[in-house]
Design a protein around this ligand. Structure first.
Ligand SMILES: [Fe+2]
Ligand SMILES: [Fe+2]
Length: 205
């Protein structure tokens, strides 16, 4: 399955700063995604990105952009896997969204989509994507969940290729190599913020 997008620019610069409300994003997800685990995954990645942007002191519109990027990045994976990424990007372009939103989504898997992460948002989405799921899988096998979870425990699961085998270690390493933080710091952040919101359920409203 070739998912390469074959282009590097998305949306229209005139729409910079234009973003849908959260309710519209939720509506889109309800229509496109039937798989609850996938919804949960997107909520979790959206949550991490939102927390990252707010920890950095970014303004509200920026935090919202980051949140939406996480929330929507796999929106087409459930019903249109052979059009993964292209489909949601086209839809967001049709809805005249900020190009930064589509750019981030387009670069969340450079190996598959052929688009290199450039901005901090692009890179953080790529970095959180796989690590979030592995950390969550680890929390589910611990009786205490996220409580008391240590970075070294997550790293051990990363080394054990049979654990959450679908999680790409290659992508995680590649993503971390593009950041100015270490793998340990990234894992710490994921644990801390998923601990505070182990079940993000924003899709009700
Ligand atoms: Fe994806
Ligand atoms: Fe994802």
């Amino acid at each position: 399955m070739d998912l390469r997008l074959g282009r590097d620019t998305f949306g229209d610069a005139r729409n910079t700063g234009q973003l849908m409300e959260l309710a519209e994003a939720h509506q889109l997800l309800r229509e496109w995604v039937l798989n609850q685990r996938l919804l949960f995954h997107m909520e979790q990645v959206g949550h991490l990105l939102k927390c990252w942007a707010s920890e950095r002191g970014y303004n509200e519109p920026t935090i919202h952009l980051w949140h939406l990027a996480g929330l929507l990045h796999d929106a087409d994976w459930d019903q249109f896997p052979e059009q993964h990424c292209a489909k949601i990007i086209a839809e967001l372009e049709r809805r005249e969204q900020d190009p930064a939103l589509m750019r981030a989504i387009a670069s969340h898997g450079p190996r598959y989509f052929g688009v290199e992460p450039q901005s901090e948002l692009d890179k953080m989405l790529y970095a959180f994507d796989e690590l979030s799921g592995l950390t969550h899988a680890y929390s589910l096998m611990r009786p205490e969940g996220y409580e008391g979870m240590e970075v070294k425990g997550v790293k051990k699961r990363l080394k054990d290729k049979t654990f959450a085998a679908q999680v790409s270690r290659e992508d995680i390493n590649d993503a971390v190599g593009r950041l100015n933080i270490t793998l340990d710091e990234l894992i710490r952040f994921v644990i801390d913020w998923q601990l505070r919101a182990p079940e993000v359920a924003v899709l009700e409203g």
